[in-house]
Design a protein around this ligand. Structure first.
Ligand SMILES: C[S@@+](CC[C@H](N)C(=O)[O-])C[C@H]1O[C@@H](n2cnc3c(N)ncnc32)[C@H](O)[C@@H]1O
Length: 554
C-alpha cells in the first residue's frame, strides 16, 4: 500500500469547518473581525484559516444575535439605497418641477441619500448662511470675478456668488453627481434666467490633474469639498504626485491643492474643512502650503451639519505671498480677533490654532523660540493592553490568577487610584499586548489617552493598564529624570500650552513629541518647580489661568 492509502480519510479530530472568508461573509464583517473573535475565544479554529462549524453556529445564534455584532452586521444593509433608481427618480422630478421647487428638491435629494453613501462620497451640502460668509473676504471688483465651485453639489456656493454680485455667465460648477449638477444649473436659471453651459458633470481632481480645467481663468474657488471620500491607493499616489501634496491625501486636502493649482495668481481659495484639517498631522503639508500664501481668514462654524458630529472650520487664502504685516481674521464661535500670519508659522506642524488669541500666541511663539529639546527620539512608547472584550475579561475582585489593571480614568495628575479592575494573568488571551519589557521597565510614565488635560503618572511598580492609557519610557539621552518630566507634563503651563496649540481631546504621541522641553534650564533642577520654570521662561499666569509674557507688564 502506498503511504497515501494508509492515511485515514479524516484525521481523528476532524470536525466540520468553514473558511474564515465564509464566516466573514455570513456575518457580514471583515475577515480581521473573524480573526479577532478567534483570539478572544468566541470562535474556535479548525485547520489553518478555518473555523469549526459548531463554534460558528453557537456564535451566530447565541452571541452575534444578542450583542452589538448584529447591529453592525445589519447596519450596512439598513443604511443603504439604490442609487441609480434614486438618481433616475430625481432627474425625472426635476424635468417636470416648476422653478420654485428646485431648492426644496435639493434638500429632499440630500435627505434621500443614505448616511453611509453620504459619508462614502463626502456629500453634505453647505447651509446658505455659511456659504455667504466666504464672499465677505473678496476685496477685488466683484463684477468680473470668475467664480468656481469645483464640487458644487446643489449649488449653494454658486447661488451665494450670484447674491454677492458675480455674474451668472462667470460661474463654473462641477460635480461627479449628475443630479447635483442638474439641480445647480436649474437653480442658477431660476435666479438669473441664464442657462449655463459651465455647470457640468466632471471629476474635478482628475480634470485638474490632467490640466483639463482652464488654468488661470478662475479668480475664486470657494467650496465645501468632500471630506474623507474613499479613493483607491493608485488614485492617492497619482494625485499626491501631481499636486505635490506630501502625506496630505485626504480628499479635502487634495481639493485644496487642486484648487490652488487652477486659480489665478492673486485669486482666492476658500474651503470649509473638517476640524482635523487645522491640527492633525496628516494635513500638515496642506497647512504649510496655505502658509505660503496670504492667510486671509479662519472661521469656526461649530457643528453645522445636523447628522455629522465633525466640526467644520473655514480657511480662506489669497494666492499671493504673505508680507510681514499680514494679519489673519480669526473668528471663533464667540469672539473675533486678528493674528499676525507669522504667529502660525512656527507652531508645531504648522497647526492653525486660531481659537488662541494673539497674546497667548506670543507666549507659544516665545516658548518655541527658546532653545529646547523634544521627546522625539528620546523615548519609547507603548499602548495599553487591548483585551478584545473588556466585559468578558475584566473582573472587579482580585483573585490568584488575576492581576490589577488600570484604565485611563484611574490616572490623575501624579496619582493612580487604587486598582478596581483585574484581568487574567495569562496575557496570551488578549488581542494586543505591547512588549512586556515596556510594562516591566524600572520607571515609566503612564498617561490618560482620552482627555483634554495632560494627566501623567510616574510608575515604578511595573503596573499594567489597558488601552485607555498609554505609556512612555524615557531614554537616557535627555538630561532630565522621568519624575521631573512627569511633573513638567502635569504642570499648568504645559497643560495650557498643549490646549492652546493642539485643541484636542486625545493625547497623541505625535503631539507630545512636539512639546518644547527646555532642558537647558531643567537639567539643573533636582525637582520641578513651576514658579522657577515660569521665571526662566519670562512668563506669568493671570488670575483667569491664562499665561502671558512678563515684559507686557512693564
Ligand atoms: C460636501 S459636498 C458639498 C457640495 C457643495 N460644494 C456645497 O458646499 O454645498 C461635496 C460634493 O463633492 C462632490 N464630489 C465628490 N467627489 C468629487 C470629485 N472628484 N469631483 C467633483 N465633485 C466631487 C460630491 O458629489 C458632493 O456633491
Amino acid at each position: 500500500m502506498s503511504d497515501l492509502q494508509t492515511l485515514p480519510l479524516f484525521s481523528d479530530n476532524w470536525r466540520p469547518s468553514m473558511s474564515v472568508e465564509e464566516v466573514a461573509q455570513c456575518l457580514n464583517v471583515s475577515t480581521a473581525s473573524v480573526h479577532n473573535w478567534v483570539k478572544t475565544g468566541y470562535l474556535s479554529k479548525a485547520e489553518v484559516n478555518r473555523i469549526t462549524e459548531e463554534s460558528f453556529l453557537a456564535f451566530r445564534d447565541n452571541i452575534a444575535g444578542h450583542e452589538k455584532l448584529t447591529k453592525r452586521a445589519n447596519k450596512s444593509l439598513a443604511d443603504s439605497h439604490d442609487h441609480e433608481a434614486l438618481q433616475a427618480t430625481f432627474i425625472e422630478r426635476l424635468s417636470t418641477a416648476s422653478s420654485t421647487e428646485y431648492e426644496a428638491i435639493a434638500i429632499e435629494y440630500e435627505a434621500a441619500l443614505s448616511n453611509s453613501y453620504k459619508n462614502k462620497e463626502g456629500i453634505y451640502y453647505t447651509p446658505n448662511t455659511i456659504a455667504g460668509t466666504f464672499f465677505e473676504h473678496i476685496t477685488t471688483e466683484i463684477e468680473n470675478v470668475k467664480f468656481c465651485d469645483p464640487c458644487c453639489g446643489s449649488g449653494n456656493f454658486l447661488i451665494a456668488a450670484i447674491s454677492y454680485g458675480i455674474r451668472p455667465e462667470n460661474l463654473y460648477g462641477y460635480d461627479v453627481d449628475p443630479v447635483a449638477v442638474e439641480i445647480s444649473r436649474r437653480r442658477i436659471f431660476e435666479k438669473t434666467g441664464f442657462l449655463s453651459d459651465n455647470i457640468v458633470c466632471l471629476n474635478f481632481l482628475e480634470s485638474a490633474a490632467k490640466n483639463e480645467i482652464p488654468i488661470g481663468k478662475i479668480d475664486v474657488i470657494f467650496t465645501n469639498p468632500p471630506w474623507g471620500k474613499k479613493l483607491s491607493k493608485t488614485e492617492k499616489v497619482f494625485f499626491s504626485n501631481t499636486f505635490k501634496t506630501g502625506k496630505s491625501v485626504d480628499t479635502c486636502s487634495l481639493f485644496f491643492f487642486a484648487a490652488c493649482a487652477v486659480v489665478k495668481k492673486g485669486g482666492y481659495v476658500g474651503l470649509l474643512m473638517p476640524e482635523s484639517f487645522f491640527n492633525v498631522a496628516t494635513h500638515q503639508h496642506a497647512r504649510k502650503k496655505a502658509l505660503e500664501y496670504t492667510l486671509i481668514a479662519l472661521t469656526d462654524f461649530g457643528k453645522p451639519f445636523p447628522t455629522l458630529l465633525t466640526k467644520a472650520k473655514a480657511i480662506i487664502v489669497k494666492l499671493a505671498e504673505p508680507s510681514n504685516a499680514t494679519s489673519t481674521v480669526c473668528k471663533t464661535l464667540t469672539t473675533s480677533h486678528n493674528r499676525p500670519q507669522s504667529s502660525f508659522q512656527d507652531n508645531p506642524r504648522a497647526i492653525l490654532n486660531f481659537n488662541c488669541p494673539p497674546e497667548s500666541a506670543d507666549v507659544i511663539a516665545h516658548m518655541m523660540a527658546l532653545p529646547h529639546d523634544t521627546l522625539s527620539g528620546h523615548a519609547r512608547w507603548g499602548l495599553g493592553i487591548v483585551t478584545g472584550n473588556n466585559s468578558k475579561f475584566i473582573k472587579h475582585k482580585i483573585s490568584a490568577d488575576h492581576m490589577p489593571v488600570y484604565k485611563g480614568k484611574d490616572i490623575l495628575k501624579g496619582y493612580l487610584k487604587s486598582p478596581s479592575n483585574f484581568i487574567p494573568n495569562d496575557i496570551s488571551l488578549y488581542q494586543q499586548v505591547p512588549p512586556l519589557e515596556l510594562f516591566l521597565a524600572k520607571e515609566k510614565l503612564i498617561y490618560k489617552f482620552i482627555s483634554s488635560d495632560l494627566c501623567f503618572y510616574y510608575d515604578k511598580n511595573q503596573s499594567f493598564f489597558i488601552n485607555s492609557a498609554n505609556m512612555m519610557i524615557l531614554n537616557d539621552t535627555l538630561p532630565i529624570s522621568s519624575k521631573l518630566l512627569c511633573d513638567l507634563l502635569n504642570s499648568k503651563i504645559m497643560n495650557w500650552f498643549f490646549k492652546n496649540v493642539f485643541e484636542t481631546h486625545k493625547i497623541l504621541r505625535s503631539d507630545l513629541e512636539c512639546l518644547p522641553i527646555h532642558t537647558n534650564f531643567l537639567k539643573n533642577c533636582h525637582a520641578f518647580n513651576e514658579e522657577n520654570y515660569l521665571a526662566y521662561l519670562g512668563v506669568i499666569q493671570d488670575k483667569n489661568g491664562t499665561f502671558r509674557l512678563k515684559k507686557q507688564d512693564m
